[in-house]
Design a protein around this ligand. Structure first.
Ligand code: RTP
Ligand code: MG
Length: 169
């Protein structure tokens, strides 16, 4: 009963979540899964201090991918991108924390791995834009849309990390 109440409360107030409650959608793309980078990527977000609230391994449907990359539908690389993203399972995740959208993008590096600094995920683990191992929402608004596209509200966990007082003052 309490869980149900918390889930409904969380769902209703999802769009108002900011500050330490900000959320982003991260996906390890099929090449990242194939190359056994899931653990490394999760480790980086955990060690930075972000909270994992959702995680699943799935084969993304064409409908979900089309919706997810709708803004890129007229780009010349769109069909290659669809083929790439449906070439194997992806690990879909939701991470939460202060400025997590912006910080996750910094941790990922640039879209083109060649422009990504060493120390970033793309700067450390890939070389080509068409195999850039990770996706991250580019704004709080996109994050909200992507989270509701990829996750049902009951797949997101409401929990209080015991380390919070060592991460936030
Ligand atoms: P993502 O959405 O996957 O996190 O990547 P992003 O914001 O850094 O870049 P975006 O412009 O949204 O592009 C989405 C994905 O499309 C592939 N791409 N291929 N010139 C190309 O062949 C090209 N440009 C982009 C990449 O996989 C990119 O991450
Ligand atoms: Mg993008």
């Amino acid at each position: 009963m309490i869980c149900l109440f918390l889930s409904i409360f969380a769902y209703i107030f999802q769009s108002g979540w900011t500050g330490v409650n900000e959320r982003t959608f991260i996906a390890v793309k099929p090449d990242g899964v194939q190359r056994r980078l899931v653990g490394e990527i999760v480790r980086r977000f955990e060690r930075r201090g972000f909270k994992l609230v959702g995680l699943k391994l799935l084969q993304a449907s064409e409908d979900v991918l089309r919706e997810h990359y709708w803004e890129l539908r007229n780009k010349p690389f769109f069909s290659r991108l669809m083929t790439y993203m449906s070439s194997g399972p992806v690990v879909a995740m939701v991470w939460q924390g202060l400025d997590v959208v912006k910080t996750a993008r910094k941790m990922m590096g640039e879209t083109n791995p060649a422009d990504s600094m060493p120390g970033t995920i793309r700067g450390d683990f890939c070389v080509e834009v068409g195999r850039n191992v990770i996706h991250g929402s580019d704004s709080v608004e996109s994050a909200q849309k992507e989270i509701s596209l990829w996750f049902r509200s009951n797949e997101l966990q409401v929990w209080e990390p015991s380390s919070n007082c060592w991460i936030y003052n």
